[in-house]
Structure formats: structure tokens, C-alpha cells
Design a protein around this ligand. Structure first.
Ligand code: GDP
Ligand code: MN
Length: 376
């Protein structure tokens, strides 16, 4: 789950990270009011869950409340990388002397988190990583010990940070580590962390990604989820407890169990097809869940055939068949559907589907071949 910049900032501030004064606004009038409260120059920042807002024109300075209103009007009418801007953050503008990059993520190869920093922060950091990777300092963090003070100093030294900022920087680095580990983040990032002309360190842009699998223990973070920003199919899938990942192929797959779902995708590919999605309806899925899964698969216009592969263990095949039938009562199906039911109550399930113009299959190989043939 991605947090918006304004949400990440508020969260990082609780860990002692200095952020600019400011608030989020949904209208240009509100943006003007905030600019009046702040007094002086402000920066108006689009709140969308994609990077590169600056380069897309979604970050602009305003010298007065009137200009803030004008700029906010323009930014609130924008779309950035296909996402409409619904909110802007209005922050006190900073006088930037230097832009630093500071982030923490998981290094899977090293099997531990890694803190990365660069004196060449800002909007070109990807370019820096590609062309001059030696400008990025990396320090691995022992997850049990946490980020140690000496490691923060190593980072400060590595990016040639002037001595006068080391103490503050140490506090920011440790705060970022705490924010990362206590919230089960997969990324916690400040880019840019700036040194201002007034010789202050300020986190101008903050970003955090949280591990979805840990959200059950972070109810405060769950409340921050912005469903307007995610694909409708994903929101729907979560509501019904389905694991759904959209892919680019034409064969929609509905399977119970993650392992079986992956096997099904492999076999589809083996016979020359491309899966349109990963979808695990889980064990013991009832009719309503199956109906929701079918709606979600069919909401993808690329889907040209559907392959159901159900192994009835806890899940009963007749329940699944009922789910398919009740879903078909609401969703008009114009594409072929191949069904393979095996296990508990498979005969009853197949019986129910026999009249519904569905292609049935005995084996997984047979089912995959029939699905591939259906999209050719
Ligand atoms: P991103 O493009 O989505 O990463 O958005 P950022 O918040 O990082 O902003 C992009 C760039 O805009 C920064 O690297 C800064 O150069 C500039 N910027 C952001 N806030 C301010 C500010 O308060 N004052 C000035 N002068 N520039 C800013
Ligand atoms: Mn940034």
C-alpha cells in the first residue's frame, strides 16, 4: 500500500523528522486559505501516487495566496500519468541549497534492509543510480539491532555532509529507520532531504510503501488507504478477500489456492496462452465470493476466455458451480468458459454446469488446451 506524500510526512514527523509547515487541500479556495495562514511563498504539490510529479508539472511555487489559488486550480485540473489530481499539499516553500537522497528498503539478496543515501538527490536520482552508482552510499541494517549511530555517521561521511549537520542528520536517519521498521514498510524515503539557505535540514518530499501482508496490525495505516487511487478491481478483490493481480494476457484464471493458481498460469503458458491474471479465491469460497471473482475477471477487457480450475477440498465444487451460475445471472457472458472441477462434490458441480453452455475438462492439461484454443 502506498501512502500519499502528505500522509508520509505526517507519519515521519512523529518520528522527529523535520518537515515544512503545511496542509492538504481539496479545493483551490482551501489552498488559498492555507497560503494565507502560512504567509509568504508556498509550494503547491499534487498528491497522486506516482513519482515524477515535479517533471510532470505537478509541483509549483506560488508567491502569494492569490497565485496559490490560481496554481492550485490548474494543478487540481491535471492528470499525472493517468491519475487525476484530487488533492494538493500546500507547504511553506524552502530555499534550497542542496538536495540529498535518503531512503530505506529491503535488500532481498542481502536478506536485510538497506539504507541508501546520495548527495545528488532530487528528481534525477534514478539517473544518478544508473550512470554514477558510486554516488549512492549503502549501509545494511541488522533488523534486530536497528540502525546504529555509527552507521548514520558513516552515511553522513559517505555523502560529504558538512559536520554541522551530522547530529540532526543522525536523528533523521534513525527516525526514518524507526518509521520503516515499526510500520512494516517496504520503502521509506526522503527525496529531497534539503539543506536550506538558512542551514536547516528539511524533508521536502516523503514517501512510504507499507507491506500489505502486515496491514492487519496497523489499523491506523489502513485508514489512510486512498481507494480513489487504486484500480477498481483491486479494491473490489480486497473487499471479498480475494488475491487478484492483473496481468496482460487474454485467459482469465479463477483458481482456489495460490499454488494451484501459479500452476494453472504455468500450464496456460506451456500450451501457448497468456494468463490475464492471478486470482486465488481461497479455500472454502462460497457463492458470493465466486460471483465477485467472476465480475472482477470480466471487468478486464483483454479477457477473451475464462479458465476455472477448482480443486474441491474444503471448497465444495457444487458451491463453486452455484457461484458461477449466480454470477452469470448478473453478468452477461459473451466469451467461452472452460471449467475443470475436481474433488469434493465434483459430479454435483459438473451436473449444475452441464446446461450452461460451459466447456468442461477432465484434466488440467485438457482444460488449458481448451482455453488456449478458445482465444486463438
Ligand atoms: P517529485 O517530483 O514527485 O519527486 O516531487 P518533489 O516533492 O520531490 O519535488 C520535486 C522538486 O521540486 C524537488 O526536487 C525540488 O527541486 C522542487 N521543490 C519541491 N519543494 C520545493 C520548495 O519548497 N522550494 C523549492 N525552491 N523547490 C521545491
Ligand atoms: Mn521527490
Amino acid at each position: 500500500m502506498k501512502l500519499h506524500e502528505y500522509q508520509s510526512k505526517q507519519l515521519f514527523a512523529r518520528y522527529g523528522i523535520p518537515i515544512p509547515k503545511g496542509r492538504v487541500a481539496a479545493t483551490a479556495t482551501e489552498a488559498r486559505q492555507i497560503a494565507e495562514e502560512l504567509g509568504g511563498r508556498v509550494v503547491i504539490k499534487s498528491q497522486v501516487l506516482v513519482g515524477g510529479r515535479g517533471k510532470a508539472g505537478g509541483i509549483r511555487l506560488a508567491k502569494s495566496p492569490k497565485e496559490a489559488e490560481e496554481v492550485a486550480t490548474q494543478i487540481l485540473a491535471m492528470e499525472i500519468k493517468g491519475l487525476p489530481v484530487r488533492k494538493v499539499l500546500v507547504d511553506e516553500a524552502a530555499n534550497i541549497e542542496q538536495e540529498i537522497y535518503l531512503g530505506i528498503t529491503n535488500d532481498r539478496a542481502a536478506r536485510r534492509p538497506v539504507m541508501m543515501a546520495s548527495s545528488a538527490g532530487g528528481v534525477e536520482i534514478e539517473e544518478v543510480a544508473r550512470t554514477t552508482p558510486e554516488k549512492i552510499i549503502k549501509v545494511h541494517v541488522d533488523p534486530l539491532l536497528g540502525l546504529r549511530d555509527f552507521q548514520a555517521r558513516d552515511v553522513a561521511l559517505g555523502i560529504d555532509l558538512p559536520r554541522e549537520h551530522w547530529k540532526t542528520f543522525g536523528g533523521i536517519a534513525c527516525g526514518l529507520w524507526k518509521a520503516y521498521s515499526e510500520n512494516d514498510a517496504t520503502l521509506a524515503e526522503i527525496n529531497p532531504l534539503v539543506i536550506t539557505k538558512e542551514k536547516q535540514l528539511v524533508a521536502l518530499d516523503c514517501k512510504m510503501l507499507v507491506d500489505d501482508n502486515a496491514l492487519f496490525r496497523h489499523s491506523d495505516l489502513v485508514e489512510m488507504r486512498d481507494v480513489d487511487e487504486e484500480a477498481a478491481a483491486e479494491t473490489e478483490a480486497r473487499k471479498y478477500g480475494l488475491s487478484y493481480i492483473k496481468l496482460d494476457g487474454q485467459i482469465g484464471c479463477m483458481v482456489n489456492g495460490a499454488g494451484l493458481a501459479m500452476t494453472t498460469m504455468d500450464i496456460v503458458k506451456l500450451f501457448g496462452g497468456e494468463p490475464a491474471n492471478f486470482l486465488d479465491i481461497g479455500g472454502g469460497a462460497g457463492a458470493d465470493k465466486v460471483a465477485a471473482a467472476l465480475r472482477i475477471i470480466l471487468s478486464d477487457p483483454n479477457v477473451k476466455a475464462i479458465l476455472f480450475n477448482i480443486f474441491g477440498g474444503i471448497t465444495r465444487c457444487d458451491e463453486v458451480a452455484n457461484g458461477i451460475l449466480s454470477a452469470l445471472a448478473e453478468v452477461k457472458l459473451k466469451i467461452p468458459m472452460v471449467v475443470r472441477l475436481v474433488g469434493t462434490n465434483a459430479e454435483e458441480g459438473r451436473q449444475l454446469l452441464a446446461d450452461a453452455k460451459m466447456i468442461t475438462a477432465e484434466t488440467l492439461a485438457d482444460a488449458a488446451q481448451k482455453a488456449v484454443a478458445a482465444v486463438m
